[in-house]
Design a protein around this ligand. Sequence first.
Ligand code: ZN
Length: 324
Amino acid sequence: MSDDLETRRLLDTPARRRTLLTALGAGVGIGVGVVGMPSPAMAAAAGWSNPTLGTLTSGYKTPSRPTHTGWDVANSQGTPVYATADGTVRDIKTNSYPGDTTSGPLPGRTGNSVHLNHADSYFSYYGHLHRVLVSVGQRVSCGQLIGLMGNTGNSSGPHLHFEIHRPRLTSTDPRIFLANRGITLGATAPVGSTGYPSVSQGASGWVPRTIQYLLRARGISVVVDGVFGPACTSAVKSFQTSRGLYADGLVGPITWTALILPLREGNSGDLVRGLQTALNARGADLLVDGSFGSVTANAVRGFQSRNGLVADGIVGPVTWSVLI
Ligand SMILES: [Zn+2]
């Protein structure tokens, strides 16, 4: 299934539309109940944001790639990409295609891309996007969704190629630049993001355990041991393939959003076990029995009220995203 079809299918129903918009960080301002969500960027310098979540895969001007003037951050195709600061869209390139190495707004830069001008002659570049969600001349604010991570241009897997210049064509190491502002490239939650962590092989603990329960709830065979090993990676890939998502075995925002389902009192099964596991990690003391009864409902309400959410005991996309 192409991603266009996947997106259209996800947009089919209002509930799914809300889920997707929340996954895209578009919840802020459209009234889907994000009031009271924690502000993960509070520790970072005001005015700058992490452009995306993911794993750093290639660095700035490395010995093997001396002309690579940015950092690569990999995650699932469709992972939200955000403006790193307030600015204006200087130019964009769209309708690029894999293997296109001949053109682009910057020499040698390919794929669907966005270029932003910022105050004080700062300039940022976002390459290989799956989709561009802004237009030339548009004003954007720090943390605003500008595109979706993709694999367009000269790229071997979905990732964001990210550069910072001052002025244009004078690049600086964007990882160090952001680190100096309290932001860990790829790891600090971007302003406005859903807060879903990117989880991949090597992780262990309650988050992989929750993922394993959610996978089982979707009919994927996996042992629930809290260890994100090769078998868990294979299970994630099976799930991603079954949903038409890019099968990279990494649980990023899009995969999280596809894994979760709304839960309420009366539900039962592995999805509820995943919920109970997460609630216990957040301070509850529940028996992980897969039964969403009044005790679990009370734990949900307690979690919701402690986090400024509507304490309705219903676990929708917003509650899930704060919980994980
Ligand atoms: Zn790159």
